[in-house]
Ligand binder design. Sequence first.
Ligand SMILES: Cc1cc2nc3c(=O)[nH]c(=O)nc-3n(C[C@H](O)[C@H](O)[C@H](O)COP(=O)(O)OP(=O)(O)OC[C@H]3O[C@@H](n4cnc5c(N)ncnc54)[C@H](O)[C@@H]3O)c2cc1C
Length: 300
Amino acid sequence: MLKHLSAIYEDKQILIDEPMKNHTTFKVGGNADFIVFPETKEQLVLTLQLAKKEQIFCIVLGNGSNVLVSDDGIRGIVICTLNMKKIWADKNVITASCGVSMASLSATARENGLSGLEFASGIPGTVGGGIYMNAGAYGGALSDCAQKTLCVTKDGKLITFIGDEQKFGYRKSVFAEQDLIVLETEFLLQEGKGQEISDLMNELNARRRDKQPLDKPSAGSTFKRPEGYFAGKLIEDAGLKGFRVGGACVSEKHAGFVVNDKNGNANDIISVMKHCQDTVLEKFGVKLEPEIRLIGTFPK
Ligand SMILES: Cc1cc2nc3c(=O)[nH]c(=O)nc-3n(C[C@H](O)[C@H](O)[C@H](O)COP(=O)(O)OP(=O)(O)OC[C@H]3O[C@@H](n4cnc5c(N)ncnc54)[C@H](O)[C@@H]3O)c2cc1C
């Protein structure tokens, strides 16, 4: 496999037998056989085609800020998009490649006097991961302004989705539904005033710092918001703030976050999650569904 990957990438763009804990915000995860860092769409597409031909598992990640990778790691290829960072503005439209961070997406909007992405400036993921998950915060979501997305199927076919074809919902999109890889998205924004845009970003980021355990490794909100409830409130009301297994626990600051505060592993995190799910179901009859994506195999 290394021989095939070396035909697509320079040596410095390939990592072999690499701990995934170095590439996820939870700071856990066993080794991946290969991690590659494409800089172009062509490299990414060639890697997908190679994996398909060789029948090797392949997954695309951005900043790893919404995933829990198992302690057994990943047998196959991880395509990390962080080096695909093209971004440009044309009048009210910003186009960004999948590896652009949401922080730089929002900053580019602000620099161009464009409003509509202030909510995204504190979300620590990439455009690709954000579009796939339809990331959102403080009443906004990427679906509000994502007007067009270019993606690729796992066998290398390019497709463009426009407007409603992107089928966005709460943490949902056609890209997640159909296992498509996001390459580039166009965001349609409104003209705004630089100072007002900056003020709103600063205010939302201050609220984030105040409420969320940003100093501890996590993947953000662990569970989706169940219809009519807040996951964090249910977990807190079940008396689970601080509940711990090994190095992971329910955050004392915000019960919606499981944090890896004492050098835990993926099994610790999944055990804390399972206990929260079982207890909330038993006490309140509400099923908590993970928002974070589980990658690899976990104990039953
Ligand atoms: C402290 C903290 C705060 C957070 N706050 C928020 C918040 O307010 N709102 C919110 O929505 N999320 C939040 N998150 C979660 C996370 O940042 C978002 O879900 C983000 O969109 C994930 O982007 P990523 O690049 O890290 O994706 P990753 O974690 O790398 O991947 C997530 C999923 O997307 C897929 N994926 C990644 N890139 C692509 C691509 N190019 N094409 C197709 N699929 C892809 C992966 O396969 C995986 O299934 C937070 C996380 C943390 C750690």
